[in-house]
Design a protein around this ligand. Structure first.
Ligand SMILES: [Zn+2]
Length: 243
């Protein structure tokens, strides 16, 4: 199984990696969708856009306690391995559902963020961008940050009920149609459109590998399913690449 995966990577000339929450949990980032995760403490609708606009103060208290600390998290071996693979030309691009920016922190250059990035904020009226340090300082003084123009400031992430940024979706579709290998890591592939990219790739003749510690929505479609701990698996594969 390890060797099979290494061979697939070596044979591929256009490999796309799609990552989900499972890649970031070893870095201490909570899995927002897991039932035992955050929602036990915060209302289920915390990532709902209507909730944000109706209770911005309570969203920002969540943001201060849970989201902003994510920016200080450190990449783990999986992020580092993917950055290394890109540098060596084995991986073309990482498409991620994660908002923590850890792929870039690990050194990945070509990253498509489907759900935005928690280190960026923007005014919902004039669109002015604000960085997370500014927001942190504002939250010391007030419950909700506002722009100079009076607009409400929101994180540059995709809330539930919002559509994904079209540039990111376009890029992801383009890569999915161009790749000859798609590797899914740490995603249960139940959220659309993320789950549609492997289907696109597969329809277009690419091989599909899924590495996840539990079942996914597309197991029936993949050429190789690896049900293992991601960090352990990647560390083994990395050693094989280097030997
Ligand atoms: Zn503004």
């Amino acid at each position: 199984m390890y060797q099979e995966f290494v061979d697939l990577l070596r044979q591929s000339s256009y490999c796309v990696v799609l990552t989900g929450a499972g890649v970031s949990t070893p870095s201490g980032i909570p899995d927002f969708r897991s039932p035992t995760g955050l929602y036990s403490k915060y209302p289920q609708e915390i990532f709902d856009i209507d909730y944000f606009y109706s209770s911005p103060a309570s969203f920002y208290s969540f943001c201060k306690e849970v989201l902003l600390p994510m920016i200080d998290a450190q990449p783990n071996l999986v992020h580092e391995f993917l950055a290394w693979l890109e540098e060596r030309g084995y991986v073309k691009v990482v498409i991620t559902q994660n908002i923590d920016g850890l792929h870039q922190k690990a050194g990945s250059k070509d990253v498509v963020e489907l759900h935005g990035n928690i280190s960026r904020f923007k005014c919902d009226k004039c669109g002015k961008l604000y960085d997370h340090n500014w927001v942190r300082r504002e939250l010391e003084k007030k419950a909700v940050p506002h722009c100079l123009c009076g607009g409400l400031i929101r994180p540059d992430i995709v809330f539930f009920k919002e559509s994904l940024p079209w540039e990111a979706v376009n890029m992801a579709e383009m890569h999915s149609l161009s790749c000859d290998l798609m590797v899914v890591m740490g995603s249960s592939l139940v959220v659309y459109p993320a789950a549609s990219f492997p289907i696109l790739a597969k329809k277009n003749g690419a091989k599909l590998v899924i590495i996840n510690n539990s079942e996914t929505g597309l197991d029936f479609l993949c050429d190789l399913k690896i049900e293992k701990d991601l960090v352990e698996f990647c560390s083994q594969v990395w050693k094989m690449f280097q030997s």
